[in-house]
Design a protein around this ligand. Structure first.
Ligand code: RET
Length: 266
């Protein structure tokens, strides 16, 4: 790949944007998500018209923000604003890596939305929600640090390990504590489906990081690494939010009553 660093070591967004245009695999992995996020945002805005209760509308608002954050995230990458090249420290399989650091940054906004929607669905209390979303933001920001650290390979993986520890807190809530709350709220059916989708897909992200260009570079192509993240994003965000909104629209009485209403047919 053509080197992006200038003599002074500064990477200019414009040059990076040119490289993205020249790499059709990388460019398509980003444009596809802009298009799908646009369609999802319009669809969710339309679906929200049939939602009236306060809790249901809260879930709808966060679901709508998921694709909106996504459009901003992918445009940041496409414009070259949140993507750059980094010289890797000794011990890394590649000398220079294209870092899509904007992904990690914007996950700090999009993943809390997903967790807030799940938390409201399961009627978890505010302290629980704060703890899990706090750990989630910690996961994203230490993931960003892992990707951007150039001091040593050990420090990159140290940040990766800290990010995994934060992730363990999120997984514990999704697998152990929140399902009990969802049962009491009468939303355990849909919560179970969305939890499975979330846990399986979210586990894919640290795996892609580890085998992709920023980790062990078993996959050396930035376009392939980017497509793997983009594919996970499509399922973890738009498909997730669609299933959630469709259920909320059909079962508003359960969401509003907290389990005392008779379940509606879905
Ligand atoms: C990183 C690398 C460091 C270790 C771990 C990670 C986990 C990332 C996850 C991301 C989920 C993103 C989603 C985005 C939707 O917009 C940062 C890759 C544990 C779980 C769902």
């Amino acid at each position: 790949m053509q080197t992006l660093l200038t003599d002074s070591g500064v990477t200019y967004p414009l040059q990076v944007a040119e490289v993205i245009e020249g790499d059709s695999l990388l460019a398509s992995s980003l444009w596809v998500n802009v298009a799908l996020a646009g369609v999802a945002a319009l669809l969710f805005a339309y679906m929200g018209q049939s939602v009236h209760g306060e809790r249901s509308r809260m879930i709808w608002v966060v679901a709508l923000f998921i694709p909106l954050v996504s459009i901003s995230s992918y445009l940041g990458l496409l414009s070259g604003l949140t993507i750059g090249t980094l010289q890797m420290p000794a011990g890394h399989p590649l000398d220079e890596v294209v870092s899509q650091w904007g992904r990690y940054l914007t996950w700090a906004f999009s993943t809390p939305l997903i967790l807030a929607a799940l938390g409201w669905l399961a009627r978890v209390d505010k302290a629980d929600m704060l703890a899990v979303i706090g750990a989630d933001i910690g996961m994203c920001l230490t993931g960003l640090a892992a990707a951007q650290t150039t001091a040593s390979i050990e420090l990159r993986w140290a940040f990766y390990a800290v990010s995994c520890a934060f992730f363990a807190v999120v997984l514990y809530a999704l697998l152990v504590t929140w399902p009990q709350k969802a049962k009491a709220a009468g939303t355990d059916d849909i919560f179970g489906t969305l939890r499975l989708l979330t846990v399986v897909l979210w586990l894919g992200y640290p795996i892609v990081w580890a085998i992709g260009v920023e980790g062990l570079a078993l996959i050396e192509s930035v376009g392939t690494t980017s497509w793997l993240y983009s594919g996970l994003d499509v399922l973890a965000k738009y498909v997730f939010a669609f299933l959630l909104l469709r259920w909320v629209a059909n079962n508003e009485s359960i969401v509003e009553s907290g389990g005392s209403a008779a379940p509606a047919d879905d």
